[in-house]
Write a protein that binds this ligand. Structure first.
Ligand code: SF4
Length: 272
């Protein structure tokens, strides 16, 4: 089904039907501006405490209260740490080309977070939603991944409207700890004990991805899985700097084959 991106220009846009990849992109998008386009049991409690405190400090500098979006998604912008075309490294869609939009701001404060520079949204530029949409659509990616940071600190409605009008499918990676917004095609919930998911996210979850450091995380994974729909893909991912979690996960998946292992393959591939 064709969708219209811009009534004002009369250009037809978003020629991709959902799920179809690589079809020609809209004239409008091409013609418009080219702009950018364990807990390691051995870890000291003190480190966790320190890192948690750091997270909480950062929290106070995180996102402004969510603002109501104007009716027209073209008039909106987001604080963006980075956006780029790459390979989805993790989870159920690992190995597939994807356009990543990493929104800035996070109030969760995981001490092992590998994108701490995303936490403070004030140090990142705001980018027009239109430019993000153009970049994602022009990349030819099969889908866009909205991630963070914690992307649900922002109202994702305009960004999703824009991406869908351009025919781009949308995957969301979230801790689920802030209210849901936007129309999402694939929801990946990565719950964090530091700030628990809200109840409202669970019925929407397509993929549950739990970062594992210790045995406690396996229990935490089951607790969250019990709240997700039956069809949810259940994945356990070793924390990158905690290799001791790998044998734990391997044994667990062998004993509980409804779970799969997610690896951060982008780090092996040396792509962002
Ligand atoms: Fe980092 Fe994600 Fe945890 Fe936020 S929720 S601190 S971005 S790992």
């Amino acid at each position: 089904m064709k969708k219209t991106l811009s009534k004002s220009t009369g250009r037809k846009t978003g020629y991709r039907s959902e799920g179809l990849r690589g079809e020609s992109r809209t004239e409008g998008l091409r013609e418009e501006s080219r702009s950018e386009g364990l807990h390691e049991e051995s870890r000291k409690k003190g480190l966790c405490e320190e890192s948690r405190s750091e997270g909480l400090r950062e929290q106070s500098r995180a996102a402004e209260p969510r603002q109501k979006s104007p009716g027209n998604w073209r008039e909106t912008s987001y604080p963006v740490m980075e956006h780029f075309y790459t390979i989805q490294g993790e989870g159920a869609h690992a190995g597939q080309a994807a356009y990543f939009i990493r929104l800035a701001g996070c109030d969760v404060g995981c001490w092992w977070c590998d994108v701490k520079e995303s936490w403070d949204e004030s140090i990142h530029p705001r980018i027009d939603t239109l430019d993000l949409v153009r970049a994602a659509a022009e990349s030819g990616a099969g889908f866009a991944v909205i991630t963070g940071g914690e992307p649900l600190l922002h109202d994702l409605t305009p960004l999703c409207q824009g991406l869908h009008e351009a025919g781009v499918r949308i995957h969301l990676e979230t801790s689920g700890s802030s209210p849901m917004s936007g129309e999402i095609d694939w929801v990946t919930l990565s719950p964090k004990r530091f700030k628990e998911p809200l109840d409202e996210i669970f019925p929407l979850v397509d993929e549950l991805k739990v970062v594992v450091l210790t045995r406690k995380d396996l229990q935490y994974a089951e607790k969250n899985a019990a709240r997700c729909p039956q069809k949810t893909r259940k994945m356990l991912q070793p924390e990158w700097d905690t290799p001791d979690s790998i044998p734990l996960i391997v044994d667990y998946v062998k004993a509980h084959p409804e779970w799969s292992i997610s690896l951060q393959t982008h780090k092996y591939l040396n792509v962002p």
